[in-house]
Design a protein. Structure first.
Lengths: 193, 193
DNA sequence: TTTTATTTGGAATGAACGTTTCAAAATTAA
DNA sequence: TTAATTTTGAAACGTTCATTCCAAATAAAA
C-alpha cells in the first residue's frame, strides 16, 4: 500500500556522517544536513526522527564500517603484533591522505558529548569495551608467540594501546607529516617488543 | 573620569572557563555565561567584545595557569625523568578528583575547532610547539643523565609523549579508575627507561 | 481503478541564538 | 559640584535553530 522511501539510506547516512565528522554535532545544523543530502526536511524527520537519532545512527554506522575495514586489513597480517601495527598504519594513511585531518568521529564525539548525553555515553562505553577486548586478544596472542614482551598483562597493554590510539587520532588533527606520525607509531610499538 | 569595571576579571574568566570546559564552545550559550557570571550581557560584550574573543581569552588563561601549575610542580622533581612522570601524575589527580572528568579544555577545543577557525588553530599550533619544546628539553636532559634511553632522539620522544598526553586526557574522560590510569602512565614511561 | 498508507514539498512554528541599542547609573578628574 | 566618560540594566534586534504541520504527490494493495 505505502509509498516507499526513494533515497538510498546508506548514501544519506554517509553524506550526513561527513558533515558531522567535519563540524561536530553542535555546529552542524539541520540546514547543513538538508544541503548535504538534497533531501527535504520532512523526509529526514520522517526517516530519522530527529537530529540526535540521526547522529547516533551515523556513529553506529561509522563504528561498524571502521570495524569491517579493520578486520579486513588485520586478516592480512601474518601475526598479531603486525595486526597492532596495521591499526596505526591505517590511521597514518587516513591522516596523510588529506592535508588536514578531521580526527576520529568517535574520539571527537567523546570530547564533545561524553558524560552529557546518556545514549551517547553508553555508545562510547560499549565502543571502548569492544576495542579493549579486541586489543587484549591481539596482545595476549602475541605474548603467547613471544612477539610481545610480558612485562605487563594483555589487559594493561590493551589499555595503553587504546589510550595511544586516541592520542594518535588527536595528534593527527594538527600534524599530517608522515615521518613524524610513523615515528610516534614506532615508539608506541617499541614498548611492546 | 570614567566609571571603572566593578567585577573581578580573573574570577569572571575562571567562571566562564568552567562553562566552556564543561560544555565546549558551541554548546555554550551567552545565556549560560550570563548565568554563570551574574554579569549583564552588556558588561560582557563591553569587556570581552564577543563570545569568540571571550573563549580565546579563557583558552589563553587556561594555558598559562596550566603552565604555571606545571612548572611549580616540576621544580620539585629531583630529575627530568621524574618531571615527565609528574606531568601524568597531575593529570591522574585531576581525573580521579571528580567521578567524571571533563578532559583538557585545549584537547577538547582541538577536537571541536581545529582547522575551522584561524585564530584557534594558531593558538593550538603555538601551544603544541611550546609543549613539544618543553618535553624535548626534559627528555634531552634526562638522556644526558642516562635516565632515559637513547633509542630515539629527544624530539621523537617528545612527540611520543605529547601524543600520549592527549590520549591520556581523552581516556580519562571515560575512565576514572586510578589503578588503570596509573598502569597507562607506567607503560608510557616504560618506553623511555 | 479505487483505496489506503506513506513519503514528500514548502511553509510555518516558537524558542533560542549572538549581538546591539540606549538611557540610566556610577565614578573620577577638574 | 560639575563635567566627562564609562559601565550597567533591560529590552529589543534580526537570524538561525530544531521541529512540526498539512496538503499534495506517490505507489502498492485491493
Amino acid at each position: 500500500m505505502p509509498k516507499v522511501e526513494t533515497f538510498d539510506r546508506g548514501l544519506v547516512i554517509a553524506q550526513v556522517t561527513d558533515v558531522f565528522h567535519d563540524k561536530g554535532f553542535n555546529a552542524t545544523s539541520m540546514q547543513d544536513i538538508v544541503d548535504a543530502t538534497g533531501l527535504n526536511r520532512s523526509s529526514i524527520y520522517n526517516s530519522f526522527e530527529n537530529k540526535h537519532n540521526l547522529f547516533l545512527e551515523c556513529l553506529k554506522t561509522y563504528k561498524s564500517k571502521c570495524n569491517t575495514q579493520l578486520s579486513e586489513k588485520l586478516s592480512k597480517a601474518s601475526n598479531p603484533l603486525e595486526s597492532i601495527e596495521l591499526i596505526f598504519d591505517i590511521y597514518i594513511l587516513e591522516m596523510t591522505k588529506d592535508e588536514q585531518d578531521k580526527g576520529c568521529l568517535i574520539v571527537n564525539c567523546a570530547s564533545e558529548m561524553a558524560n552529557h548525553d546518556v545514549s551517547i555515553t553508553n555508545f562510547l562505553q560499549k565502543n571502548q569495551n569492544d576495542m579493549l577486548t579486541l586489543l587484549e586478544g591481539l596482545v595476549s596472542k602475541a605474548q603467547q608467540d613471544h612477539l610481545i614482551n610480558s612485562k605487563r598483562t594483555g589487559k594493561e597493554y590493551a589499555l595503553y594501546l587504546y589510550s595511544n590510539m586516541q592520542g594518535f587520532r588527536m595528534t593527527g588533527i594538527l600534524i599530517s607529516n608522515k615521518l613524524e606520525l610513523e615515528s610516534i607509531k614506532n615508539t608506541i610499538i617499541q614498548t611492546l617488543i
